[in-house]
Design a protein around this ligand. Structure first.
Ligand code: GRF
Length: 209
């Protein structure tokens, strides 16, 4: 089987990127990272990519007039690498419907962009999933992997896993528990995608045997 070509998009520290790199290098997922894309020149995720000789593409949003021009530049720079799936891992930008359409995976008949969100969607969408769930006082939170659609954290859910908030938890401890799940769940979702084990029925993503 050919390896699934993925492009990982990250704006921050990139611990999820690191986990995906490690899983690819250890042949635990049949995927190859063809590029790491960032909108932040100083993102530590970019360092991580360089440390593993992965192509980096930096397209700073502030240098473009609008979202369409920014995305057009990403599409142009990414085109030679032919990614089959874009993996958003802490990529702090919303994307347009045109961008989403552009990366639709016709061969697999599946959306071509996935995202990881640090809460049990549809609860606590937005940029501070851990903080919002913790401040709300939930007893359980979770991690969600979902396809990207036009909304904010509204796309069809691929995988979810819950974890408890313990009585003695600080926010840091709560986050740490969640992140360790993120690092395991994202490679799992990529593996399912690579092996054609996902099928969308309406909003429901079926995991095939
Ligand atoms: C993760 O918590 C992810 O769920 C969210 O952004 C964070 C990125 O962390 N979307 P990292 O850059 O992968 O360490």
């Amino acid at each position: 089987m050919n390896k699934l070509k993925i492009a990982v998009f990250a704006s921050g520290g990139g611990t999820n990127l690191q986990s995906i790199i490690d899983h690819c290098e250890d042949n635990k997922i049949d995927a190859e990272i063809v590029a790491v894309v960032s909108n932040k020149i100083n993102a530590y995720a970019v360092e991580r990519a360089k440390n593993h000789n992965i192509t980096t593409i930096i397209v700073e949003s502030k240098k473009f007039k609008d979202r369409n021009e920014h995305e057009a530049e990403i599409i142009k720079q990414l085109a030679p690498y032919n990614p089959e799936l874009l993996v958003f891992a802490g990529y702090m930008r919303l994307v347009t419907p045109d961008f989403i359409r552009h990366y639709y995976n016709k061969e697999k008949n599946l959306p071509g962009i996935i995202n990881i969100h640090p809460a049990l969607l549809p609860s606590f969408p937005g940029t501070s999933g851990y903080e919002d769930a913790f401040d709300y006082g939930v007893k359980y939170s979770g991690i969600t992997i979902h396809f990207i659609d036009e909304g904010v954290d509204t796309g069809p859910i691929v995988l979810q896993e819950t974890f408890p908030r313990n009585d003695s938890d600080t926010l840091e401890e709560f986050k740490k528990r969640g992140l360790s799940i993120e690092h395991r769940l994202y490679p799992m979702a990529i593996r399912l995608y690579a092996h054609n084990k996902l099928k969308i029925e309406g909003r429901f993503v079926k995991i095939l045997e």
